[in-house]
Ligand binder design. Structure first.
Ligand SMILES: Nc1ncnc2c1ncn2[C@@H]1O[C@H](COP(=O)(O)OP(=O)(O)OP(=O)(O)O)[C@@H](O)[C@H]1O
Length: 367
């Protein structure tokens, strides 16, 4: 997609190619233009061609090879002709219909004639995927906030979309309801062959759901790419701030009943973390904050920190405060970040290529 749009305080300028399946998180502070991007993709607002640096860029939106907007050739499909699902912060369900009625509404408009049977199948699949069979005869007023959102997502999926747009779908829910619905979103991400553009400014949702990440700031793309890479990029705006850290993809290898620890393997080593009851073999994400990683030149012994990983310094960058630096480490195929003082960095003589031991004080399963 290539979009330009005048906003009140800045111009939105986005030029992105995104994966054809899985969740791409659009992340950024309030007012950075995330919703505007979704609205342009949906055709609710019309992005314009822009002239910049002597070059004209014409607005272009294509999904899976299907062109929805192309100013160069004058194509602009209206929203109702774009096969997409749009899920908002608050599920806009019809209060006078039950859940089944809500799901069936629009089915006949999305799937005409002979395709209606296919639509019914899509609806059944969506109902099963979101685990809402038991809610079908409920009135909308009898649903919790999380259940309403699951119904809204199922309704969007039942139209057979080629793209799912989700604009802060959990923002209106309390923490407990958010936890309830996250596993369903993970399931959509892992089981559907569908691209999803997911807007959030929650670092938790990002760590848990994102496979691809786009960081927006005042309408400009500040960083974009696979989530682990963007989170470990020392020039990424997400790296600055207390929550800077790495995201590792791992598998539960063993659960230790005596110490209540789970051993998690990742491409680069193993870490012991608090056992959260997840079964052996389960794929998990681990978040290792930069402030919880310290460095040593020799293998540390007799230390309380038992997660020790051999690593190599990959890059060093200044941190937000002048007393600190961020050190990126290559640990097998994975990247870790360590936040240490500039003085320690000097004293250890750290430089790219130097082998070190990373001491991981704490790592958390993302859930
Ligand atoms: N129709 C419009 N015309 C001009 N400016 C607009 C219009 N709609 C929104 N804006 C402005 O554009 C900026 C981006 O808004 P947008 O809703 O896209 O941001 P956002 O990142 O989704 O924010 P939030 O997280 O708060 O929802 C804001 O400053 C907003 O005031």
């Amino acid at each position: 997609m290539r979009l330009s749009l005048a906003r009140a305080d800045f111009d939105l300028n986005v030029d992105l190619t995104l994966p054809a399946r899985g969740i791409t998180v659009l992340y950024g502070p309030s007012g950075s233009g995330k919703t505007s991007v979704l609205r342009c993709v949906a055709g609710l607002e019309r992005a314009r061609s822009a002239t910049g640096q002597g070059q004209e860029t014409s607005a272009h939106v294509a999904v899976g090879g299907e062109v929805w907007q192309d100013d160069a050739t004058g194509v602009f499909l209206p929203t109702h002709r774009r096969p997409l699902g749009y899920v908002f912060q608050e599920a806009s369900l019809f209060e006078h219909l039950d859940v089944r009625g809500n799901l069936q509404y629009g089915l006949k408009r999305s799937w005409r004639g002979a395709l209606l049977a296919q639509g019914r199948r899509a609806l059944d699949e969506a109902v099963a995927l979101l685990g809402i069979e038991h809610l079908l005869t409920r009135r909308v007023q009898q649903l919790s906030g999380g259940e309403r959102q699951r119904v809204a997502i199922a309704r969007a999926l039942a139209t057979g979309p080629r793209l799912l747009l989700l604009d802060e779908p959990l923002a209106a829910l309390d923490a407990a309801r958010r936890q309830d619905i996250l596993p369903w979103l993970e399931r959509l991400r892992d089981e559907l062959r569908l691209p999803m553009l997911y807007v959030t400014h929650s670092a938790d949702e990002l760590a848990r759901l994102a496979q691809h990440l786009v960081v927006l700031e005042r309408g400009q793309v500040r960083a974009a790419g696979p989530v682990a890479q963007v989170l470990a990029a020392l020039d990424s705006p997400l790296v600055v701030g207390e929550d800077a850290g790495a995201l590792l993809q791992g598998t539960v290898l063993e659960r230790d009943a005596i110490w209540h620890l789970a051993r998690v393997g990742f491409a680069g080593g193993e870490l012991s973390v608090r056992d959260e009851g997840l079964p052996v073999g389960r794929e998990v994400r681990l978040r290792v904050l930069a402030r919880d990683v310290s460095l040593a030149l020799a293998e540390p012994r007799q230390t309380s920190i038992q997660n020790l990983l051999p690593a190599v310094v990959d890059a060093i960058a200044p941190d937000a405060h002048a007393s600190q630096v961020l050190v990126r480490l290559r640990c097998g195929e994975s990247l870790l970040l360590a936040r240490i003082t500039r003085r320690a960095c000097e004293a250890l003589g750290l430089c790219p290529g130097l082998p070190v031991w990373a001491q991981v004080k704490s790592a958390a399963l993302v859930r």
